[in-house]
Design a protein around this ligand. Structure first.
Ligand SMILES: *Cc1c(COP(=O)(O)O)cnc(C)c1O
Length: 436
């Protein structure tokens, strides 16, 4: 049991000779004693760097700040730290200063898709609401690396109010995703207030919280916090485990509290070179997640943000991992592998190919074992013309509240009710040459 092991006791005593287990398990004590510079890191972990390494690391920290909770630092295996997944995710690396020509400061164009400070509105029915600029631990692979921690910034009620107003005035938003930074860096009272405001908006059907607290500061998931969150169901929680080593006794306790609180808990993993780019590690991770009632949700291809080049893998590595999961293990253990499109196109799922060929009446497929099989399609299938007029439709699909939105994108090309036959990029030269 890890709960308060020898390493943790030793770190706690270096922070303060009189530290106890109850200090260690107090999330505010953990935050107050978080590691933010190299000397502190050396002192608490016993890992040391030479003068040359130190001066390089200091330069890195000037650009991208450091913050590691004593708890997360206690998971580093100090004998072999260079190869340690916790060390690599949390401690600065001089490669962060290597900026490639192809790196982008805002790869997901979150700023361009921001109609209001703190809001990213990219998809038709849901928004991302950045409610804090700080985290308990600054992930070295953070996609918002340039922004997060810049200025320690917890927005005031007035600032949050603007985002709330935007959501109030935008009736198509039915799903609000609280993100940051880490939303659970806010004090309980602010979280309580924010959720009460959001859930009072009639068109907001669900709220989600994206937080890495169960991984980097599991003691943040207190009984009091769970009692507050429980008032605002349906509330979904997504966390961010990247390696099986992170599923410690304390992390298990945190996710157990959330699952017992009745929240569906999901997990988003980032595919990281030399951290988890291995089918066996990934399989172990998803198994540990589902054992603890956490559903693998997304596996992300590492973004094109500045300073992440040493973490990126080819897309083929992700496909290889998906190949090793699909069919080989329980369907609910398999995340969706996505590439968040540079330029703000949103998440694009990618998968191995399972359809080998197709004729008018047969599909040829292959399974995970390499068995090739055929599916015979129906000889007769009467297509029902759909003009999106559900009122006059005789299908049982005729739904109450058929508030069908305009069809969009590829869906539009497939729809009967829309006569578009193609989607043409703006400024297509061939089209510009036409005179009509
Ligand atoms: C990821 C993301 C969402 C949520 O996407 P889901 O696929 O619904 O989880 C919403 N808005 C933005 C800007 C995002 O990046």
């Amino acid at each position: 049991m890890e709960i308060f092991n020898g390493t943790q006791q030793a770190i706690a005593n270096k922070i303060n000779k009189t530290s106890t287990i109850s200090n260690w398990r107090d999330w505010k004590w953990q935050l107050k004693n978080s590691i933010s510079n190299i000397d502190q890191f050396e002192k608490l972990t016993g890992i040391t760097f030479n003068a040359d390494e130190k001066s390089q690391l200091k330069k890195t920290l000037e650009k991208f700040p450091l913050s590691i909770t004593p708890y997360y630092a206690s998971l580093i295996s100090t004998e072999n730290y260079q190869n340690d997944p916790v060390f690599k995710q949390s401690f600065a690396n001089v490669h962060e200063l290597h900026v490639l020509d192809t790196d982008l400061t805002d790869p997901l164009s979150e700023d361009k898709d921001s109609p209001e400070e703190g809001i990213t509105h990219r998809y038709p029915d849901r928004v991302l609401f950045h409610v804090s600029n700080v985290c308990a631990m600054y992930c070295r692979h953070c996609t918002r690396k340039r922004k997060v921690g810049d200025i320690d910034f917890i927005p005031s009620k007035e600032q949050l109010q603007k985002g709330i107003e935007y959501i109030k005035n935008t009736p198509q938003v039915r799903d609000v995703l609280l993100s940051g930074g880490d939303p659970l860096m806010l004090p309980d009272s602010k979280i309580d207030w924010l959720l009460s405001e959001l859930t009072a908006i009639p068109h907001v059907e669900v709220v989600r919280i994206g937080t890495r607290m169960p991984v980097v500061l599991p003691y943040r998931i207190t009984d009091e916090l769970v009692q507050i969150l429980k008032k605002y169901q349906p509330l979904w929680i997504n966390t961010h485990f990247n390696h099986p080593r992170e599923m410690t006794a304390s992390a298990k306790e945190a996710v157990r509290k959330l699952a017992d609180g009745g929240f569906p808990v999901g997990n988003q993993t980032v595919l990281l070179a030399n951290v988890n780019d291995c089918p066996r590690i990934m399989k172990k991770l998803v198994h540990k997640l589902v054992q603890n009632r956490v559903r693998p949700y997304y596996l992300y291809q590492c973004d094109l943000s500045e300073g992440l080049s040493h973490f990126r893998t080819p897309v083929g590595k992700g496909i290889e991992i998906m190949e090793s999961l699909i069919g080989h293990t329980s369907g609910f253990s398999v995340p969706t592998y996505v590439i968040d499109a540079p330029g703000g196109g949103g998440k694009i799922p990618v998968m191995p190919n399972y359809i080998i060929s197709w004729s008018t009446h047969k599909v040829v497929l292959r399974n995970y074992e390499g068995v090739i099989t055929t599916y015979k399609e129906p000889d007769h299938y009467e297509n029902k013309f759909c003009d999106r007029d559900c009122e006059n439709c005789n299908l049982e699909l005729n739904m109450e509240e058929s508030d069908e939105m305009q069809s969009l994108g590829i869906e539009k090309l497939l729809a009967d009710s829309n006569d578009s036959i193609s989607l043409i990029p703006e400024n297509n030269e061939r089209h510009n040459r036409r005179d009509d």
